[in-house]
Design a protein around this ligand. Structure first.
Ligand SMILES: *Cc1c(COP(=O)(O)O)cnc(C)c1O
Length: 360
């Protein structure tokens, strides 16, 4: 068996010990005589997995008692509609901060459910930096302010938490959830698809301040109504049981490694290796403002894009895959989530050095 260094933006690489444990438990989960996939979601075995996963998430993220954790479906793109359906009813309007393709997509989806105001946009500078809060035009009557904490395609990340006063801050954290400590109390709602930094696709994590639930627009489907799901312990409909189980194994693994502080150190060290190399290179470049660079997704461009295919082919031959940039921006992108080992980034930088030497 050979495992590659998988730089995919998502679904993304998972910790090998987690995959091994899942393989060991595939046919018979702890003497139950069945796979987790075959269990009733209301049976005591799965209920224990569900509760443990939720507890681990709360512990690792430091979720305060006034917040509800929900395990939902529909992904972050689903949440782009589910969030406004649940929260926009407060005043009928919401602020969106546009820092890249994902936040732009969120804002577009929200327009169906109320008035969307672009509080700030970095589109004019091709999303190469996060707009400073002093430049934002916040609406004090907004139902919420929406940000994307890490733009997976553009490679910009918030390294500070906006202050939105009494207006709840909503963040799409799909690609940097659990990558560093955050203060959940500063947010009204956090959502994330699981497939970047937590587990398999199919599971969507929502952490919502309890007082924000219960005001959904009447059109909201009941399976997507936060209050309905909260009252049913995220079991109003059948939850993505296997994805929740794998997420639980990942969370246990992350806790054993030292939790959020340890992840933050690990991720900062990996990103530094790559950015330091990029900054010293005249062959590769990353155009993002230094203070706003993503520690999770590092886009980079070769001096001559005619060499892109050869670069990717050579990477593949060395066991490094999924480095092609998003089709909308081209170039390359290395996604280096929690589960990417430092050895993967070292191998990439080594290869980039060799490639520069032979083609520069
Ligand atoms: C991947 C991603 C999405 C899309 O998630 P889906 O699960 O495909 O709906 C949305 N936002 C961000 C920031 C992402 O990284």
């Amino acid at each position: 068996m050979t495992r590659v260094f998988n730089f995919s933006p998502g679904p993304a690489t998972l910790p090998e010990p987690v995959l091994r444990q899942a393989a060991d438990e595939m046919l018979d989960w702890r003497g139950s005589g069945m796979s987790v996939m075959e269990m009733s979601h209301r049976g005591k075995e799965f209920m224990s997995i569900h509760a443990e996963t939720e507890d681990l998430l709360k512990e690792l993220m430091g979720v305060p008692s006034g917040y509800q954790v929900l395990f939902m479906q529909g992904g972050a793109i689903g949440e782009n509609a589910i969030v406004p359906m649940n929260l926009m009813g407060a005043t009928g309007r919401a602020d969106y901060v546009i820092t890249g393709d994902w936040s732009k997509k969120s804002a577009k989806e929200a327009k169906t459910y109320g008035t969307v105001n672009f509080a700030a946009s970095a589109e004019a500078s091709k999303f190469s930096a996060i707009p400073k809060q002093a430049e934002w035009k916040l609406d004090p009557g907004a139902s919420y302010v929406h940000i994307c904490s890490n733009e997976t395609i553009g490679g910009v990340q918030f390294h500070w938490t906006p202050d939105t006063g009494k207006v709840p801050l909503v963040a799409d954290m799909s690609s940097d959830i659990l990558s560093r400590p955050i203060d959940v109390a500063k947010y009204g709602l956090i959502y994330a698809g699981a497939q970047k930094n937590i587990g398999p696709s199919g599971l969507t994590i929502v952490v919502v301040r309890k007082d924000l639930m219960g005001h959904a627009l009447p059109i909201t489907p009941s399976a997507f109504n936060y209050k309905t799901q909260a009252d049913a312990d995220s079991m109003y409909n059948t939850p993505p049981t296997y994805a929740i189980y794998i997420a639980g194994l990942v969370l246990k693994h992350v806790k054993a490694l030292g939790g959020m502080e340890a992840m933050a150190r690990h991720n900062a060290a990996k990103a530094k290796l790559l950015y330091d190399f990029l900054d010293g290179s005249s062959f590769f470049r990353n155009p993002i403002a230094r203070e706003d660079r993503s520690l999770m997704n590092v886009p980079f461009w070769l001096k001559d894009e005619a060499l892109d295919a050869e670069f990717l082919k050579g990477a593949q031959a060395r066991g490094m895959v999924q480095l092609k940039g998003h089709r909308s921006v081209g170039g390359m992108r290395a996604s280096i989530y929690n589960a990417m080992p430092v050895e993967g980034v070292q191998a990439l930088v080594q290869y980039m050095k060799e490639f520069e030497r032979s083609h520069g």
